[in-house]
Ligand binder design. Structure first.
Ligand SMILES: Cc1cc2nc3c(=O)[nH]c(=O)nc-3n(C[C@H](O)[C@H](O)[C@H](O)COP(=O)(O)OP(=O)(O)OC[C@H]3O[C@@H](n4cnc5c(N)ncnc54)[C@H](O)[C@@H]3O)c2cc1C
Length: 409
């Protein structure tokens, strides 16, 4: 035995947040990462935080998460959250209705969300085309989390609390004895612990398969562009984030430039089993003529015409989607003491601060005040139509495609 209470596999925000929370509670943790911290989806993320979600529980995960971020900032002295406010544009009558509902949902969760007329929207974001905007909602306390700073802050305090972080160490298997997780197998030998947490991002379903479990996640490519700073088109670091659902794009300021990303229809799925140990997500290069990039440029140029005159680079990564847009966190029948946490559907950076608290509560059997049924890892356990990849993949792709797009009429 190594004296480790909990082994966490995966050094993205999900694993690190769990490590941080467990170590704050005096638990002895070893975190094992196949490459280096943040080398998965985490390192590619844009970090946008829009707190108002479709359910009060999902909103609370983000609102409470921001409090955790503030605590981390106080402990490390590092800025992690940039408050910019955010705009949600309505360019169709159907979206106007949806936007009014959004304002009500936000108000119901105690957030300051208001409706803005076209002129006010234009005043807030002079570099955005707004003459086709009927109205917009504005959430004052939204913004973005800096993914690298969040990752390193979790790691810094976790290490200070005694967490052992092993990098460049792929986990090959979970050691299971008598239907109970006992540790993990690596090329350098086994590591034993009382509990094992799999926080493997897009690789999550592969680790689940190793122990005969089905995790309903899929890896999906995602692209955004980042404009280079240009003195003729200054972008303030606190100018509001934008969500243009009808145009399928989002934006936020980044180092004097602008990030614009797209949730396109018909996304590209990735078989994570095809990627070898050397695969680095940061080395992914999107083809300029791919449908996703073409759609991104088209929509981005429509909303931000100044893009015509500035240079930009394109970032590509792999997100993890589930069939209904909520993560899969907790245990699955068949193997005791084995926890999963994955499938954050493009919101893992901003969900991670509260999800770490939830995972720590689950692992330590503490009372949990969140609606766990919405995020339970076993919610599709044995459910017909959710057990084969040929069923799971299209359902997850459908959720990605419907994430943005036309408002329901
Ligand atoms: C382009 C892009 C833009 C995004 N924008 C946003 C955004 O605006 N806001 C937001 O909140 N989220 C965003 N996301 C999503 C966010 O990045 C993810 O939800 C989040 O990073 C997931 O964290 P994770 O820890 O679950 O996964 P990951 O960060 O992928 O971490 C999993 C880790 O597990 C490791 N691993 C896998 N298998 C093994 C193994 N066998 N042994 C050891 N280690 C292993 C991997 O190397 C990886 O480091 C974006 C993602 C992408 C790709």
């Amino acid at each position: 035995m190594t004296g480790t209470d909990v082994i966490i596999v995966g050094g993205g925000v999900a694993g690190l947040s769990t490590a941080y929370q467990l170590s704050q509670r005096g638990v002895s943790v070893t975190l094992v990462e196949r490459q280096q911290l943040g080398a998965g989806s985490t390192g590619q993320a844009a970090g946008l935080l829009g707190q108002v979600r479709k359910t009060a529980s999902a909103t609370r995960i983000l609102v409470d998460g921001l409090k955790v971020v503030r605590e981390l900032e106080a402990q490390t002295g590092q800025e992690i959250f940039v408050e910019t406010g955010s705009l949600r544009l309505a360019t169709t009558e159907a979206r106007v209705e949806d936007t009014r509902n959004h304002v009500d949902l936000g108000a119901g969760s105690g957030l300051e969300v208001s409706l803005l007329a076209t002129e006010e929207t234009a005043r807030l974001l002079p570099y955005m085309k707004s003459d086709d905007v009927i109205l917009a909602s504005h959430t004052a306390s939204d913004g973005h989390i800096l993914p690298h700073e969040l990752t390193m802050s979790y790691a810094q305090i976790a290490r200070k609390n005694g967490v052992k972080i092993l990098q460049h160490r792929p986990v090959r298997d979970v050691i299971v004895e008598k239907s109970r997780a006992r540790g993990v197998q690596t090329d350098q030998g086994p590591i034993y612990a009382d509990q094992v947490v799999l926080a493997c991002g897009p690789w999550a379903y592969l680790m689940a398969e190793r122990v005969g479990q089905v995790l309903q996640t899929v890896g999906i490519e995602h692209v955004y562009l980042t404009t280079h700073p240009n003195g003729d088109y200054p972008i303030d670091r606190t100018s509001p984030a934008v969500r243009d659902y009808d145009g399928r794009i989002y934006s936020r300021p980044e180092a004097g430039g602008l990030i614009v990303g797209i949730y396109e229809d018909g996304p590209v799925l990735r078989d994570m089993a095809e990627l070898d140990d050397d695969f680095e997500m940061s080395q992914m290069r999107a083809a300029r003529d791919s449908p996703a990039v073409a759609h991104l440029l088209d929509s981005a140029l429509h909303r931000f015409p100044f893009l015509e005159n500035v240079k930009y680079s394109i970032t590509q990564g792999i997100m993890t989607f589930t069939p209904n847009g909520s993560p899969l966190s907790g245990t699955i029948p068949g193997v005791d003491n084995l926890y999963h946490t994955a499938g954050f559907c493009g919101h893992g950076i901003v969900q991670s601060p509260a999800m770490g608290v939830i995972m720590a509560q689950l692992i330590l059997n503490e009372p949990c005040t969140y609606d766990l049924s919405a995020i339970a890892a076993d919610r599709y356990f044995g459910v017909p139509g959710f057990q084969e990849r040929s069923d799971i993949d299209p359902k997850c792709a459908h959720t990605y495609s419907g994430h943005y797009g036309s408002a329901p009429r």
